[in-house]
Structures are given as C-alpha cells and as structure tokens.
Design a protein around this ligand. Structure first.
Ligand code: HEM
Length: 423
C-alpha cells in the first residue's frame, strides 16, 4: 500500500518533491511534524516557502487574516520573476477570483456566488450525477477491465460541473479536452495549456453574454448556475460579466482535478483494504448511507486530493508554531500532513470509514473553506457507492508499486488506476 501504518523514523530532513515522495509523502510529513513543524524549504520552482504541517498550526494559519491570498504581497526575488508558478504572475484577468483575493472584495464576491451555488441547487442535481455515473460505468462494465482515472474519475466531474453551469451537452467534450490538457500538463499556462485556458475562458465569456441577453425575468425550476450567477444580487449589486466569467472558470478549475483525485485516491484506498470495503458494501446493500457519508470524509482526511492549501503570503510579521515569519514570505499549509497529526486524530495512519468527530482540513478552513464541498460530497459518494454496488468484485489489475502518482505542488492523485472485475 502507499501508506505505511507507521512511517519509518529518519534522522535527517527528508527529501521532498521527489517521485518517491509523490507516491507516499506521509513518512516525510510525520518527520516534519515532529522535528520541523514550520519548515522553510525550496520548492521545485526555486521559490522558498514555509510549510506548516501540524493540525493546530494549520488551522490557525488558514484562518489568519494577516496571511493574504493576494500574490502582490509576495516578496519575490527579481531573478525568479515570472518563473515561480505563483498564480498572480499569470494573466491578471484570469486570476481575480475567490482564491486570490482578500476581504472586503472576497466577502462581496463570495456572498454573491453563494446565492447561486447553494446546497439546495446541488441537491437538486443529485439525479443527474447518478445518471452520469451510471452512463460512464455502462461504458466499461461489459469489458471486465478499465482505467478508472481516464474512463471514470476524470470525465465525471467535468461533465457534472458543465451540466450544472449550463454548458450545452454538445459542447461538453470540448471542455473535457481542455481540462485534460490542463490536468496532464499542469503547472503554468504554457503552450497547449495556455491555449486551453484561453479557449475555455473565451467560451464561458461568450456563453455568459448569450445567457444574460436571454435571461427570463424570474428564475424557472432547475435554472442553471450561470443564470444564477448573472441573477445573483446583494443590496442591489450584481456580478459584472467579467466577474461571472472568472467565477465560472474558478468553479471549473477548483472543482475538477480535486474531484478526480477524490474518486481516484478514495477508490484506491478502499481496494487495498478488503475488510473496510466489505463493510461498506454490506451497508450499501442494506440501503444505508451512514458509513458512505463518514467514509468519504475519512477518505478525504486519509489521502485527500488537495495536499497543500493554495498560496498565502504574510502581510506583516507573525509567528506560527513558534516560528517567526517575515512580511512577504509565502506560507503553504500542508493539509495532508495536518490531517495525519496524532495530536488531533487517534491512530491517524489508519483508515477508519466509521471515524467520528472527523474535523479534517481537506476542504480548508476559514473564509476560503471550499465553496464546492456539497457538490464534491455528492460526486464522491455517488461515484464510490455506484462503483462498489455495480462492480462488487472490483480489484486492482496491477501491483500497487506500479502505480504512478501525479504530485503537482497543490494536488496529489493517480495518473492511472487499472482495475478488473467480473463483467
Ligand atoms: C476552495 C478542497 C471540490 C470550488 C477549496 C479549498 C480547499 C478545497 C482545500 C481551500 C483552499 C485554500 O484555503 O487555499 C476541495 C476538495 C474538493 C473540492 C478536496 C473535492 C473533493 C470543489 C468543487 C468545487 C470547488 C466540486 C466547485 C464546483 C471551490 C472554490 C473555492 C474552493 C470556488 C474557493 C473558495 C474561496 O476562496 O472562498 N477547495 N475542493 N471545490 N473550492 Fe474546493
């Protein structure tokens, strides 16, 4: 399995960001929590940043308003300008979105988008997620084998969010291709990735414009999310077309690779633990939801898709876990390390689908807490329950040591997940 129950102790600072680290970062995180809980390190891009690995420090840092999300606060050395991958260096018009701004702008935009992206709208969408899930499984159920990343975990979230936004079905395969380019080549918007981002943005701007022109006076039942974003108002204030386009883009962007990895990492963790998986299958067969719901939260804690929360920058001197941080310093909160902290979670390296009081940080914490959590839960629960019910003897088709992990800086997930089952 990826995760050793008791990480081997090492005496020196572990190497981070290697291929071995991507396959199993948890021993290195255990070392950091014990020996250097707020640790300054050089990232692969050459930027130096603080890694915060203990649960209590991580939670405090995520809610600390002295840590700004605006990359303009980054005190970047001149030689690294434009090469660090820090988001603000990219086109400003793309990046003015929730994850890159602070109050009061953040408060205003988040309030507006929350009026459109409501838990109720997500709940209404449940039958469609089930239908999509079944259709994707129909595509390989008769074959006896599949790559669950490419044929299942990858297309499900992109079609789901496109549907929810109101992107017509005939255009959704374009989104799948653009998103595929972004996930495969990650990092900065160079070459194909830049073109894909540009096309996606252009398409969304155009769609928003067309929907605004044709918007009926009152919302009808099942109105799509883009119409909801156009309509959303707060004290007479509306989103501009540009803001609505940036918002639609961030919903796609933030809700895509994260959910791919929740389904991928989650399925993989279950396949390696026959006892827990059998208990979940038995509870699903009895028509119960409880273990599925606590189980998906536990999978997020145990091997969540978002390894590090997105960038934060100190705007004034502060101390985290006894460590002084200077203004301009980047701070990365390592959610994956915090969620295995034995000070917070009993037996943290054990997957326990029935875990209670599971206040993991997989969706973040504070004002930037994941806006899409209700949709992610819906997709994660539907995907896992349907897979385990329809393909009850699902198993890995390769040795787990042959699996390759995609370890970007922020996200961590499998490149492929070959499985087999009785057709
Ligand atoms: C923010 C995790 C799915 C939309 C966040 C943050 C985390 C996170 C950790 C906070 C980042 C930070 O503080 O730096 C996840 C995980 C997901 C998931 C683990 C899937 C399992 C989604 C989905 C959507 C979404 C499906 C929307 C369709 C957002 C947005 C924000 C956000 C818009 C920014 C909120 C703000 O800054 O106010 N997510 N996310 N996420 N997420 Fe998610």
């Amino acid at each position: 399995m990826t995760n050793q129950p008791h990480p081997e102790p090492t005496n020196s600072t572990p190497e981070l960001f290697t291929r071995e680290f991507a396959a199993d970062p948890y021993p290195a995180y255990a070392w950091l929590r014990d020996h250097a809980p707020v640790h300054r390190t050089e990232l692969p891009s050459g930027v130096e940043a603080w890694l915060v690995t203990r649960y209590a420090d991580a939670k405090q840092a995520l809610a600390d308003q002295r840590l700004s999300k605006n990359p303009a606060h980054h005190d970047e050395p001149a030689h690294a300008k434009g090469k660090t991958g820090i988001p603000g260096e990219r086109k400003a018009e793309l990046m003015t979105h929730l994850l890159n701004i602070d109050p009061p702008d953040h408060t205003r935009l988040r309030r507006l988008v929350s009026k459109a992206f409501t838990p109720r709208r997500v709940a209404e969408f449940a039958p469609r997620v089930q239908e999509l899930t079944d259709r994707l499984i129909d595509g390989f159920a008769g074959r006896g084998s599949a790559d669950l990343i490419h044929e299942f975990a990858f297309p499900l979230p992109i079609y789901a969010i496109c549907d929810m936004l109101g992107v017509p079905r005939e255009d959704q395969d374009d989104f799948r291709d653009w998103a595929g380019m972004m996930i495969r080549h990650g990092g900065g918007p160079r070459g194909g990735v830049a073109r894909s981002v540009k096309k996606m943005r252009g398409y969304l701007a155009d769609l928003i414009h067309r929907k605004r022109e044709a918007l009926p006076e009152a919302p009808g039942p099942g109105e799509d999310l883009i119409s909801g974003l156009i309509r959303a108002s707060d004290h007479g204030e509306h989103l501009t077309e540009n803001e609505a386009a940036a918002m639609a883009f961030i919903l796609l962007f933030a809700g895509f690779e994260t959910t791919v990895n929740l389904i991928g990492n989650g399925t993989y963790a279950l396949l390696g633990r026959p006892g827990q998986r059998a208990r979940l299958q038995a509870s699903l067969a009895r028509g119960e939801r409880g273990l599925l719901e606590t189980g998906v939260e536990e999978l997020l804690r145990y091997d969540g898709p978002v390894e590090l929360a997105t960038w934060r920058f100190a705007t004034q001197p502060l101390t985290i876990g006894g460590q002084d941080i200077a203004p301009g310093d980047p701070v990365l909160v390592v959610l994956a390390a915090a969620d295995r902290d034995p000070e917070r979670f009993a037996d943290p390296d054990r997957l326990d689908l029935a875990r209670r009081d599971n206040q993991h940080l997989g969706y973040g914490h504070g004002i930037h807490y994941c806006l899409g959590a209700p949709l992610a839960r819906l997709e994660g629960q539907t995907a896992l329950a349907t897979l385990l019910t329809r393909l009850p003897d699902l198993q890995l088709a390769v040795d787990s040591t042959d699996l390759r992990w995609r370890g970007g800086l922020i996200m961590r997930g499998l490149r492929t997940l070959p499985v087999e089952f009785t057709p």
